[in-house]
Design a protein around this ligand. Structure first.
Ligand SMILES: C[S@@+](CC[C@H](N)C(=O)[O-])C[C@H]1O[C@@H](n2cnc3c(N)ncnc32)[C@H](O)[C@@H]1O
Length: 328
């Protein structure tokens, strides 16, 4: 055996190392590898703009009002939030944060583009759309007790998995009884990230939007390929050890491993709370008034109908969780 590393280190290198998936340009988008809510179209950003206005007013209209888009990818959410011209625009400092320079070079004019979260304390909102699922996690495997998965690089370069001795003590989130071969993510990095983000805020909210399960046990009792997923060019990818760097590696978030949230809603509920239906109605009215001579604005307004269907779909993006924490 040569190098033996925890699965979390393998994942960090496969995504963010020198030949990592995100380092070499893997990204969200119709021409990318997977479709996220901001990439569906500008409607998602317009609803986020309304949410930002509600938060800005709740905090007493601070200036600057710092909006951190954490794990911003190519900056699509930034573009649509700014284009929606929220009332807080004049006070808003929009900070797009991404570890990958291949993503940062695509960030739009008018945002601060950073590799790491700005120092606090500041007043504002930190929003992480599909970031937590990409943070490296440790992998637990049930095989005569719960053990940790390590990745071994063989002398010929091949990769195999090696299991540690049983955990002692067993992490409390893991179910006592599980089938042979059951797996579960141990999301220390996601928990630490939320704690760190909250500590940067003097006043405000951290919001994470992701696919999730209420409990780790809920994940452990499902087939692991359901929640430990790989993606490449809009298709499910190969086993996670195959061709590292060529595919995304992602997990559903186990909410019971994160700091206690103030609110958890489905994405559909959250978008409705922040006015998606009103924006869709406005789009329909605009289209009806301009359908005889449609311009680009009219086409965009009409597309709100199909965008909202995708964003609210309970078996798709609408079923994601929107998890909120106040400053802490
Ligand atoms: C799945 S993409 C989501 C992109 C975008 N938020 C969206 O919804 O389309 C995750 C992004 O998070 C970035 N990322 C991963 N870890 C990060 C970290 N610790 N800080 C900032 N960005 C990170 C990746 O480089 C990648 O661009």
């Amino acid at each position: 055996m040569s190098a033996v590393i925890p699965f979390s280190e393998f994942m960090a290198d496969a995504l963010y190392g020198p030949s990592g998936f995100y380092t070499t340009g893997g990204h969200a988008g119709r021409r990318g590898d997977f479709l996220t809510s901001p990439e569906v179209g500008p409607l998602f950003g317009a609803v986020v703009g309304r949410f930002l206005d509600a938060q800005w007013r709740r905090l007493g209209c601070p200036d600057p009002f710092v909006v951190v888009d954490a794990g911003a990818g190519p900056g699509t959410l930034a573009r649509s939030v700014i284009a929606s011209r929220p009332a807080c625009s004049a006070s808003m400092r929009y900070v797009a944060v991404d570890v990958s320079s291949a993503q940062r070079v695509q960030h739009p004019e008018g945002v601060d583009s950073l590799a790491a979260m700005p120092d606090g304390p500041f007043d504002g909102v930190i929003i992480a759309n599909e970031l937590l699922d990409n943070l490296p996690f440790r992998l637990a495997v049930h095989d005569d007790g719960w053990r940790e998965a390590f990745v071994v690089t063989l002398p010929d370069g091949g990769l195999v998995e090696h299991l540690s001795a049983p955990f002692d003590p067993v992490p409390s989130v893991l179910p006592a009884v599980a089938p042979l071969g059951a797996r579960a993510p141990l999301q220390d990095a996601a928990r630490a990230w939320i704690t760190e983000a909250r500590s940067r805020l003097r006043l405000g909210t951290v919001i994470a939007i992701d696919y999730s399960s209420a409990t780790t046990a809920g994940l452990a009792l499902r087939p692991w390929r359901d929640w430990l997923r790989t993606y490449r060019r809009h298709e499910r990818g190969d086993h996670y050890l195959v061709a590292p760097g060529s595919q995304d590696i992602t997990t559903e978030i186990a909410i019971d491993q994160l700091p206690e949230p103030d609110a958890v809603r489905s994405q559909a509920q959250w978008l409705q709370l922040h006015g998606i239906d009103e924006l869709v109605e406005e789009g329909k009215r605009y289209w009806e008034q301009h359908a005889h001579r449609p311009d680009l604005a009219a086409m965009r307004m009409r597309s709100r109908v199909s965008e909202s269907e995708a964003l609210l779909d309970p078996s798709g993006l609408g079923g994601f969780s929107v998890i909120e924490w106040s400053a802490g």
